[in-house]
Design a protein around this ligand. Structure first.
Ligand code: GCO
Ligand code: MN
Ligand code: MN
Length: 388
């Protein structure tokens, strides 16, 4: 048992837009005042977070002059230095301004595509200056309401051209940055292109520099699509592409909820934390979520502390699962037949093929074996609920 205090080594981060969320929704006005980015850095230091992430315009207004931008960045950098809060991830807002109403990199209008690229490059320069290691691309407007408007194949090509350009730019500047693509199935567009982490992984393989680009999967986004988030990150991890992660919570079949991590789907969250801890994921764990609209600043702090504490509680539960003699005994029993057939491990060969062809299987006997998953799942439930 630990005291569940967040430590720098846990690499818990929050976006300026998460702590700074003012509680606006499509039906209601803000319920909280905006918070100055410098004050957000101080809130994060107070609650024990490791770092802060930002979109360019969370920090610098879209119409700021270069001189204004410099002054704002310097003031922010000072707050980081004073508090020790790090700035490991940055991203570009290519969705809020009306110019992006029909997409940024995938817009039909070359002027919009070029403006979006200019905006990204400007953000990248400042992000590197502030110490960013990861640069995220979330295409909030890269999609359609009507597919009469553009070619979905051209959209993918335009997206590829943009990301290829940014990779070359980062290389030309010798920036030590990794890019992470974030998928979302819908909201704010009716349908977004490259809607899942799996789709992003397929896309990345077609880039000129796939080694520079990974994914930033988000719990809510895969849940909105009714998918198993842990399976999505496992595939990304196995491919060496889990560069960053957006943690929050979300029920299936709802609007984009962005709930506090651990608040809605506890069992899924348990397997997610267990996966990250078991494989030793060492990147940032970013809580891309926000406090309920009912909360004031104290409630925002409760939200932030809750995200980190819930992660650490589930981490402790995962360690209990791994240390539980009965569970481990069951897993050994379940996997008792994992060995054997060594001749298949080296892949295809004439010899393996002949052995495989000649083997006689007792199909009925193999199928008759009970797998004990009922007992295993019950024990998992008892670990999560604290009975074990
Ligand atoms: C959302 C997204 C964003 C992105 C952010 C960083 O649903 O609005 O999750 O919060 O993560 O723009 O790229
Ligand atoms: Mn989201
Ligand atoms: Mn996100």
């Amino acid at each position: 048992m630990t005291d569940f205090q967040p430590l720098p080594e846990h690499r818990f981060t929050f976006g300026l837009w998460t702590i700074g969320n003012v509680g606006r929704d499509p039906f209601g006005l803000p319920t909280r005042d905006p918070i100055d980015p410098v004050d957000i850095v101080h809130v994060l230091a107070e609650v024990g977070a490791y770092g802060v992430n930002y979109h360019d315009n969370d920090l610098v207004p879209i119409d700021a002059t270069l001189a204004e931008e410099r002054a704002i960045v310097e003031r922010f950098r000072k707050a980081l230095a004073e508090t020790g809060v790090k700035m490991p991830m940055a991203t570009t807002n290519t969705f809020s301004d009306p110019i992006f109403k029909d997409g940024a990199f995938t817009s039909n209008d070359a002027r919009v595509r070029a403006y979006a690229m200019q905006k990204v490059i400007r953000t990248m320069d400042i992000a590197v200056e502030l110490g960013a290691e990861t640069f995220v691309f979330w295409g909030g407007r890269e999609g359609t309401e009507t597919d009469a408007s553009k070619s979905a194949a051209d959209a993918v090509k335009r997206m590829r051209d943009a990301i290829n350009f940014f990779c070359e730019y980062a290389l030309s500047q010798k920036y030590n940055l990794r890019f992470a693509m974030e998928a979302k199935p819908n909201e704010p567009r009716s349908d977004l292109y490259l809607p899942t982490t799996g789709a992003m992984l397929g896309f990345i393989a077609t880039l000129d520099h796939p080694e520079m680009v990974g994914v930033n999967p988000e719990v809510a986004h895969e849940h909105m699509a009714g998918l198993n988030f842990m399976h999505a990150i496992a595939q990304a991890w196995e491919a060496g592409k889990l560069f960053h992660i957006d943690l929050n919570d979300q029920l299936f079949g709802r609007y984009d909820q962005d709930f506090r991590f651990g608040s809605a789907m506890i069992k899924q969250n348990f397997f997610l934390v267990k996966f990250l801890e078991d494989v030793g994921y060492a990147g940032c764990k970013h809580f891309d979520a926000h406090a309920y609209r009912t909360e004031d600043l104290d409630g925002v702090k409760d939200f932030a502390r809750g995200c980190m504490r819930s992660y650490l509680i589930l981490k402790d539960k995962a360690a209990r699962f791994n240390a539980d003699a009965e569970i481990q005994g069951l897993l050994r029993e379940i996997n008792a037949f994992d060995g054997g057939f060594d001749y298949l491990k080296g892949g295809f060969s004439q010899d393996a093929l002949e052995k495989l062809r000649a083997h006689e299987f007792d199909r009925a006997a193999i199928a008759r074996r009970g797998l004990k998953y009922e007992r295993l799942d019950q024990l998992t439930f008892e670990i999560i609920t604290g009975v074990r």
